[in-house]
Design a protein around this ligand. Structure first.
Ligand code: NAD
Length: 481
């Protein structure tokens, strides 16, 4: 017996209110059991001076209902405003973004008639940790953070998703040929967890060739799991080549709360004209009903929606002479879906959702803590003179017991000892000091080193400890080292 579920709904900005009212009408007509709390977010809240675009009372509602059905909002241009989406995802720990990208050939024009790919994107980490610094006059840095718990959560989620949805293959995409530690960890965790799912084929591709393959022959992919930045870019490409960004919905899943939305934005130029396609938000609603264990309503809506597409009743964004039969507005499209509730598509594969037990809410991390030893330090310096040999000469003057200068790099390339005169050097240098025999050093030696560099008049901008974990180096080599 399906029970009534409390959800929080935001009608959003631009086309948001139109597509939300169309979607809610369909959900209710299909018998979804929903108790709705409505909140305001976006433009109206930003304009009241709340830089996050959301009020404390809205957070209370989200914490209470734990399910957020969200229309797109407009993020004001210019400084001072925070992206509401990023705030909601990170505050509520929505670590997994799931975006099915399906083509509906021959009813929606596409170059890829057989596409049915689900992209599972890590949603909290990577370059999106938002830790950026200007370090020198010339150089800016954004920290890419990849964590073992983060990798384990997203990879396990992706395998569970594949199992629950009877998918056959999971592809991991990273750039671990270059980022051996960060992307390397993501790939390693993927390989570790894959053995627990023998019925699902697993493979790894380097992201660049994987992305090219996805754009060219998406039918060779089934489910994809990938870190945040690659997933952000790839999922838009995938949605676009499937037919239209107006057709796809997405789920953002956390251990406590889940958020469901269309993938497109608030499309302000077509707002208020009853021409927007509500399909993305309808698809998000179907994903929400599956999450709420209301599989019957989810199945009915998905099939009625497919039948509407098949009957060639199309909104302007997907209307095409020769394919479409009737051009309809937002409201009329919703009416057409409601009229088809209970019908199945005849050519497109019908949906059939089941009320499966929810994926376990919390994860236990498998690895015991490693034994860490500090064996050296990278000292980062701002130094305007572009001559590495002069910097090398200066740095060799430091004398700290147990630490020896082994190399200097500029933008990761070794320039001392034995650099090439052709290498372009900025004002941002890394000097690597290692314990010659690999014997552990103490923090005090690092402090002493920093003091000596300061006394030499060198501008230390940061230091990074070089550690081993259970004896294995936890740092990459310099390019050319
Ligand atoms: P957009 O997705 O709003 O629009 C891109 C193009 O697609 C436009 O031509 C638009 O008319 C069309 N389009 C989008 N959705 C459509 C639909 N349902 N039916 C028919 N056509 C549709 O992207 P944008 O123009 O870059 O951004 C507009 C605003 O939306 C910005 O303020 C942006 O910050 C915001 N935005 C919000 C979200 C979100 O809330 N999840 C996501 C992306 C962008």
């Amino acid at each position: 017996m399906e029970t009534t579920a409390s959800i929080t709904v935001a009608h959003g900005d631009g086309i948001g209110p139109e597509i939300m009212s169309a979607s809610l009408r369909i959900l209710q007509a299909a018998g979804a059991k929903l108790d709705i709390e409505t909140i305001s977010i976006g433009e109206s809240i930003y304009n009241q001076g709340h830089s996050s675009g959301i009020l404390p009372s809205a957070w209370d509602s989200l914490r209470r209902t734990k399910v957020f059905y969200k229309s797109p909002i407009s993020t004001p241009q210019g400084g001072g405003f925070k992206s509401l989406n990023v705030t909601v995802r990170k505050t509520l720990g929505l670590y997994a973004n799931i975006r099915p990208c399906v083509s509906y050939h021959p009813f929606v024009d596409t170059k890829h008639p057989k596409m049915d790919v689900v992209i599972v994107r890590e949603n909290e980490e990577d370059l999106y940790a938002g830790i950026e610094h200007r370090q020198t006059d010339q150089v800016y840095q954004c920290l890419k953070l990849i964590t073992r718990p983060g990798c384990e959560k997203i990879v396990r989620y992706a395998f569970e998703y594949a199992r629950r949805n009877n998918r056959k293959k999971l592809t991991c995409l990273t750039k671990d040929n270059i980022m051996k530690l960060t992307d390397g960890l993501f790939h390693k965790v993927f390989d570790e967890i894959a053995v627990e799912y023998p019925e699902i084929r697993n493979e790894h591709w380097i992201i660049d060739i994987g992305a090219a393959k996805l754009a060219d022959t998406p039918e060779v992919f089934d489910v994809i799991v990938t870190p945040n930045l690659y997933g952000d870019i790839l999922s838009d490409v995938a949605a676009q080549i499937a037919g239209s960004v107006g057709l796809a919905g997405s789920a953002n899943i956390g251990e406590h709360v889940a958020m469901f939305e269309a993938i497109h934005g608030s499309a302000p130029t077509i707002a208020g004209q009853n021409i927007a396609n509500p399909s993305g938000l309808i698809q998000a609603g179907v994903m929400m009903l599956v999450h709420l264990q209301q599989a019957e309503a989810a199945t009915a809506i998905h099939n009625a929606w497919l039948k509407t597409l098949e009957d060639c009743i199309h909104t302007a964004d997907i209307y095409k002479e020769g394919i479409s039969k009737q051009r309809v507005g937002t409201k009329e499209f919703a009416d057409a879906v409601i009229a088809r509730l209970g019908q199945l598509p005849s050519k497109l594969p019908p949906a059939a959702y089941a009320n499966a037990p929810q994926q376990s809410a919390s994860h236990t991390y498998s690895k015991p803590r490693a034994t860490k030893e500090i064996v050296g330090v990278d000292m980062f310096l701002e130094y305007a003179n572009p001559n590495p040999d002069e910097l090398g000469e200066q740095l060799q003057k430091v004398n700290v017991d147990g630490l020896k200068l082994v190399m200097i790099t500029n933008r990761g390339v070794k320039v001392w000892p034995g650099g090439m005169p052709e290498t372009f050097c900025t004002d941002h240098w890394r000097s690597r000091f290692l314990s010659p025999e690999g014997t552990p050093i103490a923090h005090k030696q690092i402090i002493l080193l920093m003091e000596q560099l300061d006394e030499l008049g060198l501008d230390v901008i940061k230091s990074e400890n070089l550690c081993t974990f259970d004896g294995a180096p936890g740092y990459s080599l310099g390019q050319g080292q």
